[in-house]
Design a protein. Structure first.
Length: 80
C-alpha cells in the first residue's frame, strides 16, 4: 500500500500512516522501520507499507526502492 505519515514520535516509535486509496489510518508496528532506509519519519512523508495480521503498518519503504529496483529490495510486480 501507499500512504502518508500522519504522525511519528521518534522517542517511542509510535506513529500513524494514512492509506492513499481509502484514507484508513494504520498505527505503526513496533518493527515498521526494521530493515528500512528510514531512521525516522516526518509528517507528510510518502511511504509504501504492508499491513500485518494486527492491522498495523509495517515494512515501510520508499517508493524508489520498488520502482527503481534498488539492490536488496525485491521488485514489486504489481503497481501500488
Amino acid at each position: 500500500m501507499q500512504g502518508v505519515i500522519k504522525s511519528y514520535d521518534p522517542g517511542t516509535g509510535d506513529g500513524v500512516v494514512v492509506c492513499d486509496t481509502d484514507r484508513v489510518e494504520y498505527d505503526l508496528a513496533g518493527d515498521a522501520l526494521a530493515g528500512s532506509v528510514f531512521r525516522m519519519l516526518r509528517q507528510g512523508q510518502r511511504v509504501i507499507f504492508d499491513v500485518d495480521g494486527e492491522e498495523r503498518a509495517t515494512h515501510l519503504r520508499l517508493g524508489s526502492e520498488v520502482d527503481m529496483g534498488t539492490p536488496g529490495f525485491p521488485v514489486d510486480p504489481q503497481p501500488v
